[in-house]
Design a protein around this ligand. Structure first.
Ligand SMILES: Nc1nc2c(ncn2[C@@H]2O[C@H](COP(=O)(O)OP(=O)(O)OP(=O)(O)O)[C@@H](O)[C@H]2O)c(=O)[nH]1
Ligand SMILES: [Mg+2]
Length: 410
């Protein structure tokens, strides 16, 4: 089904009665009404309101698992917050303006570019050929741009091999060689730009669990991603499984509203796995296309982290056997080497399948994208280059090196 069919379908879909909008209760009352850590099983059986809203035509298209789930009684007490209005901005969907995108990316990576090139320029000033001294200086430039030692060594060795082969290499060629060698090292994960790189099977929720330390940018990334997907005509459910702070749920609610996505939440302090479960149940029952699960960013010890993430995963797979389809680790790019350390901790604790590196706009440490991608062999899905709703970009390694090194000269 093409985009326009989709768009048409959205518009002509029979309007199911007025969606029930549940406005978040003030947090004091919430805490008093439901003690923290109340297991979902003990709560009175309440059907999520959206279960009744399944449109008959979508119910027919659902895979078997969807039917089973829809018929089961939901034990939890989720509050489903429907968006007031889904904003569909047509011009964003089909063909993003490539020039515009490139300009934004170049601006977003401006500090890294300046830092890197400033140093590189100084390193090769007055030299014409790439010799051992130039390579020494280049090595230092790469390391101080937070590319990481291992990856720097790989890049230098690759350039040395080319110098040995070609006998003579002009410093003017260095940019082109660097961009080629760096692009080879990075992994990306999109086959197409459709649905912002996610392979959506309509009505069968693609479940993405988002993990990362405190303040990395998980909630913001979820909000931006949800906005892209709803604009592409997708039905997006967001699970507020960061139940650690009331403010976290409210922050996510604001993003869900802006993005036109439906958020499923429970009270602060409730079990994150139970929220994830409720979200998937509602998503399945309503034929959602994508589910994004926000998680708490506490810096756990590894055992605690593993236990919590495993519990969430297990519970989700009870609703959709192959969920989560993706575990995305969000890293704050401006923390440089610290981001490597976080990637190490998380990949040891759980199976991370993709990366998003945020805050590249505010830092000259954008080299982390190169190093982390190379070292962990996990594809970078998105990069964050600002706080705005449109400042999440699909990671494209060619565009990334292009933004840093400019167009190839040859
Ligand atoms: N400049 C910039 N700021 C960002 C970007 N992504 C996120 N932020 C900011 O980083 C801060 C933390 O982002 P959150 O999304 O709340 O981070 P989180 O991982 O959900 O944090 P916790 O919920 O505390 O674990 C916010 O002020 C965001 O606006 C980005 O790409 N660029
Ligand atoms: Mg958050």
């Amino acid at each position: 089904m093409g985009f326009f069919d989709l768009f048409k379908r959205k518009k002509t879909e029979p309007k199911v009665e007025e969606p029930k909008v549940v406005t978040p209760e003030p947090k004091e009352e919430v805490v008093a009404a439901t003690p923290a850590e109340t297991p979902a099983e003990q709560v009175a059986e309440v059907k999520p309101q959206v279960v009744e809203q399944v449109a008959p035509e979508t119910a027919e298209e659902k895979p078997q698992v969807v039917e089973q789930v829809a018929q089961q009684v939901v034990e939890g007490k989720p509050q489903v917050v429907e968006p007031q209005q889904v904003v569909v901005e047509e011009e964003e969907d089909d063909e993003p303006n490539i020039e515009e995108e490139r300009k934004e990316l170049e601006e977003g990576l401006g500090k890294t570019k300046e830092g890197f090139f400033g140093r590189l320029k100084r390193a090769i000033a007055g030299r014409t050929t790439v010799d051992a001294d130039v390579l020494d200086d280049l090595e230092e430039v790469l390391i101080t741009s937070d590319v990481g030692v291992e990856t720097t060594v790989k890049i230098i060795e690759a350039i040395e091999a080319r110098v040995a082969r070609d006998k003579y290499m002009n410093t003017a060629e260095l940019n082109d060689i660097l961009r080629e060698e760096i692009a080879i090292l990075m992994e990306e994960s999109h086959r197409s730009t459709r649905d912002f790189g996610i392979e959506v099977k309509e009505g069968y929720p693609y479940v993405m669990m988002v993990v990362g330390v405190n303040g990395a940018g998980k909630t913001t990334t979820i909000g931006k991603l949800a906005a892209k997907l709803t604009r592409a005509g997708r039905k997006v459910y967001i699970g507020a499984a960061d139940t650690f702070r009331a403010a976290a749920i409210d922050q996510l609610a604001v993003w869900a509203e802006r993005a036109g996505a439906t958020m499923v939440r429970q009270d602060m302090g409730s079990d994150p796995a139970s929220v994830a479960y409720d979200t998937l149940r509602s998503a399945v029952a309503n034929g959602a296309d994508v589910v994004l699960i926000d998680t708490a960013g506490r810096l756990h010890n590894k055992v605690g982290l593993m236990k919590e993430l495993t519990k969430i995963r297990n519970v989700m797979s009870k609703v959709i056997p192959d969920a989560p389809h993706e575990v995305m680790l969000v890293l704050d790019g401006s923390t440089g080497q610290n981001a490597f350390e976080q990637a190490k901790q998380f990949t040891e604790a759980t199976q991370v399948t993709s990366l998003t590196i945020t805050k590249l706009d505010g830092t000259a440490k954008g080299g982390v994208v190169i190093g982390i991608s190379d070292r962990f062999h996990i594809p970078v899905r998105y990069i964050g280059i600002g706080e705005g709703i449109d400042q999440l970009k699909m990671f494209d390694r060619k565009e990334f090196v292009r933004a840093l090194f400019g167009d190839a000269k040859k």
